[in-house]
Design a protein around this ligand. Structure first.
Ligand SMILES: *Cc1c(COP(=O)(O)O)cnc(C)c1O
Length: 455
């Protein structure tokens, strides 16, 4: 292993250097992929040198999500204190189902869950788990809601027409999960939003009443804290009141924006979250932990057991349920996704996590101000969001984004809201500075000039 670690160390330093000198990896067209890189696997072993060369070429050709030119997705950058935790998690290879095999690592996971629950005033009975990502956290929320409505569904299956509610601009995992849960995608109601992308309360209540009149069974509402495109926050407080009135499970999908719980300045965006039955946030998005790190919190942890536990005598042989997290998860074997978040939180404290969140909102303010002050731009997104959506001159968003990518300039994507397509800049890398954001616009504008020559 020492030889491989020396190689790793050398290659890691080369990568860090390359992220600065070549922030966008040269794009390899898919049709050339297997010719340009030594990817093919064969029967015979290869020499150590060739093995190392193949790996180095592949590492340097991989899109650089930690560079200052990556704005493409809802993650980016690198928190060194978290990256080290994840590297160690690989070496330790702790399997997170029982205390017997994961030991102290279970304690770290519980600590993150408990301190997070405390931040949102979740109360005595709260608990949580680390699903494989935000989609899976949302899946867990819907499953617990289904079984809370009727715990026998685990045995007999779904027999009534159960209806779930989410906004028109919610993450697609809600519909996908309805299929997984046996609810059916057609039984998800996509409630209209206001002009800033937040769920419309009146439309929600009207739809619930309509479904009840038809004899259907409303059971679940998903509120989004930070929608995927605009970064909008649904009014959790008011949605919770509706859920209470009609006795519906409230899940809050905070995969993107839920991390505001750490910031006293932005926590108001999830006001009312303590009333939600379940809530998730992705530390691999706003907080910069390596993919994936999603935390699911449950107001009453009995629901985790009700939906996920199965007694298996070959597995759970020691310790109490509280320290055998396999009883509250989808998985049997489960990767340790908590150590990386613990190493980060331990180093910078809750205050440091708040600073990361606040920096990202600040960078978004910088970007929005730039867009507002330059007449060549049109802004489509709103304050209190780390997504800045705009168009430049009359250039088609898709054309500009694709060209920036093909010319190895910037990784940035496009989105749509209310029938309008636009570029979506996400300021989710807290290692970026104001200058880096202004540089983004400079690169885009320079590239737009060359694009106009090509057309
Ligand atoms: C990213 C995202 C998800 C999905 O999270 P994954 O970890 O990618 O599965 C769900 N909801 C929202 C609002 C998101 O932004």
């Amino acid at each position: 292993m020492k030889k491989e670690l020396d190689f790793f160390h050398h290659l890691a330093l080369t990568l860090l250097e390359d992220e600065i000198t070549n922030p966008v990896s040269k794009r390899i067209p898919v049709e050339n992929l297997y010719e340009q890189l030594d990817i093919r696997l064969s029967d015979a072993p290869i020499s150590e040198t060739r093995w190392q060369e193949a790996i180095q070429a592949i590492v340097l050709a991989t899109p650089k999500s930690a560079s200052k030119a990556f704005f493409n997705q809802l993650y980016g950058g690198r928190q060194p204190k978290a990256a080290i935790g994840d590297l160690l998690a690989v070496l330790l290879n702790a399997n997170m189902h029982t205390y017997k095999v994961a030991g102290v690592q279970v304690g770290l996971e519980k600590e993150i869950i408990e301190r997070s629950c405390e931040r949102i005033n979740y109360g005595e009975k709260a608990g949580g788990t680390f699903p494989m990502g935000g989609s899976m956290s949302n899946f867990s929320g819907m499953l617990m809601a289904r079984d809370a409505y009727n715990k026998d569904i685990r045995n007999i299956g779904v027999s009534s027409k159960m209806i779930a509610y989410t906004s028109q601009v919610a993450h697609y995992s809600i519909s996908k999960n309805a299929a997984f849960c046996g609810i059916g995608r057609d039984n998800v109601r996509h409630i209209s939003t206001d002009n800033q992308g937040a769920m419309c309360l009146k439309a929600l209540e009207e739809q619930i009443i309509k479904d009840m009149a038809l004899g259907y069974t409303p059971f679940f509402v998903n509120a989004t804290a930070g929608t995927t495109v605009l970064g909008a926050f649904d009014p959790i407080d008011n949605i919770a009141a509706i859920c209470k009135k009609y006795r519906l499970w409230l899940h809050v999908d905070g995969a993107l924006g839920g991390s505001v719980l750490f910031s006293d300045k932005y926590k108001h965006l999830i006001k009312g979250v303590e009333q939600a039955d379940s809530f998730c946030y992705n530390a691999h998005k706003m907080l910069g932990a390596p993919v994936t790190c999603s935390i699911l919190l449950v107001k009453d942890k009995k629901h985790l057991y009700q939906s996920f536990s199965n007694d298996v005598n070959y597995l759970y042989q020691t310790d109490t349920d509280d320290y055998n997290p396999g009883k509250t998860s989808f998985h049997c074997g489960r990767r340790n996704n908590s150590f990386k978040f613990w190493t980060l939180w331990k180093a910078i404290g809750r205050q440091g996590l708040a600073e990361i969140v606040e920096k990202e909102f600040h960078l978004a303010d910088i970007a929005r101000t730039y867009v507002r002050n330059h007449p060549d731009y049109t802004l489509y997104s709103f304050d209190n969001s780390t997504a800045v959506c705009f168009n430049y001159k009359n250039i088609n968003a898709k054309t500009l984004c694709t060209s920036l990518y093909h010319h190895n300039q910037l990784m940035v994507g496009f989105g749509t809201f209310a029938g309008q397509e636009f570029i979506r800049l996400v300021t989710i890398n807290a290692n970026n500075s104001e200058q880096d954001i202004l540089r983004f616009f400079e690169i885009l504008e320079t590239h737009a000039v060359s694009l106009s020559y090509q057309i």
